[in-house]
Write a protein that binds this ligand. Structure first.
Ligand code: UT7
Length: 324
């Protein structure tokens, strides 16, 4: 049965742009190294008055406007983040309060860079079982707050931002393959790789927020293998070939990961949405941010078959196939 339908998208970025050249004044790096190894040219960094919730609220408002629906019709908010405003309550409840749709369901999902894929599937399940009729699914991060600005192997890679989508419950009857909605999705996790990508702090361990630690080359290798595998699974589940895809909207960690994954599946690079040059890696925000950019600039259109995919700390990874 076809799943929830996407009604609109929105995104938000902090005011301040930080270029590679600016970073090179603070740490031992260069624009050439960052561009060659990652494709990143700049990132947005939140100022003191910009937080995960302010970015999430702005992205949510933009998605509601794009969908043409009132906040009052939203019965479910699922917000993916690894950088919540507070340890609790969930940042989703701040979004709910700001939008004035109190009383429905609101909670955060922690799956780091795959968070938006996890949040989409959780929201789709709740909509499918009738727990709500309409949902906001948000990915929002201020990763700049958990970066070690002395560690050049991580601080050049990440940025801040938010993206959001409005989902509506499935129609509840059999739909043809061309009907809009989520066609298939898969999620995975493998806790064996905790030490390759993690934050070295937390409320129950150090009572500090901690900093991102990553063994980049190992993560890179796992990312290409895991993403290729999950994309194949989702295509098989949906009974469609890679050729049938109009667009792939991947997690924006590294342009080389996007190239290698597309190559492995025989997907033309022209079909892959790449925004890493402008936003760097915004963790849970990167997929909805890239989706919104490509819808607003006219590349992704109604009726297109779009694959969303991500991989991140945990490890966690997943993919979702949606007909817009
Ligand atoms: O979103 C969650 C998932 N995360 C990812 O998918 C990230 C996956 N990993 C990557 O994207 C890449 O592994 C990185 C971009 C993190 C690193 O690229 P790499 O080509 O794997 O480089 P490397 O770590 O093997 O480092 C190569 C060299 C090293 O120097 P030596 O040992 O060859 O002398 C590093 O010390 O580059 C050096 N290096 C830097 N040089 C200038 C590392 N970071 C920097 C830097 N500027 N910022």
């Amino acid at each position: 049965m076809t799943g929830s339908r996407l009604l609109g998208t929105g995104s938000a970025l902090p005011r301040r742009v930080v270029t590679n050249a600016e970073l090179a004044e603070r740490v031992d790096t260069s624009d050439e190294w960052i561009v060659a190894r990652t494709g990143i040219r700049q990132r947005y960094i939140a100022e003191d008055d910009e937080t995960t919730s302010t970015l999430a609220i702005a992205a949510a408002r933009a998605a509601l406007a794009d969908a043409g629906v009132d906040a009052a019709s939203i019965g479910l908010i699922v917000l993916a983040t690894a950088t919540p405003d507070n340890t609790f309550p969930a940042t989703a409840t701040k979004v709910q309060q700001a939008l004035g749709c109190n009383g429905g369901i609101a909670f955060d999902v922690a799956a780091v860079c795959s968070g938006f894929l996890y949040a989409m599937s959780v929201a789709d399940s709740l909509l499918t079982t009738g727990m709500a009729k309409r949902a906001l699914v948000i990915g929002a991060e201020t990763f700049s707050r958990i970066l070690d600005w002395e560690d050049r192997t991580t601080c050049v890679l990440f940025g801040d931002g938010a993206g959001a989508v409005v989902l509506e419950a499935p129609l509840g009857e059999a739909q043809g393959p061309d009907a809009p909605g989520i066609l298939a999705a898969r999620l995975h996790a493998d806790g064996a790789h905790h030490d390759l990508l993690y934050v070295d702090g937390g409320p129950s361990t150090t009572q500090t927020t901690g900093h991102v630690r990553m063994k980049g080359p190992e993560v890179f290798r796992h990312a290409v293998v895991n993403l290729s595998a999950v994309l194949k699974e989702v295509l098989e589940d949906a009974g469609v070939s890679a050729d049938a895809l109009d667009w792939v909207v991947p997690h924006q960690a590294n342009a080389r990961i996007l190239d290698a994954t597309a190559k492995k599946l025989g997907i033309s690079p022209d079909k892959v949405i790449v925004t890493v040059q402008d936003h760097a890696n915004t963790s849970a925000a990167s997929v909805p941010l890239a989706l919104d950019v490509a819808r607003k600039d006219g590349r992704i259109k109604a009726g297109d078959l779009v694959m969303l995919e991500a991989m991140g700390g945990g490890f966690t990874w997943g993919a979702s196939l949606i007909r817009l």
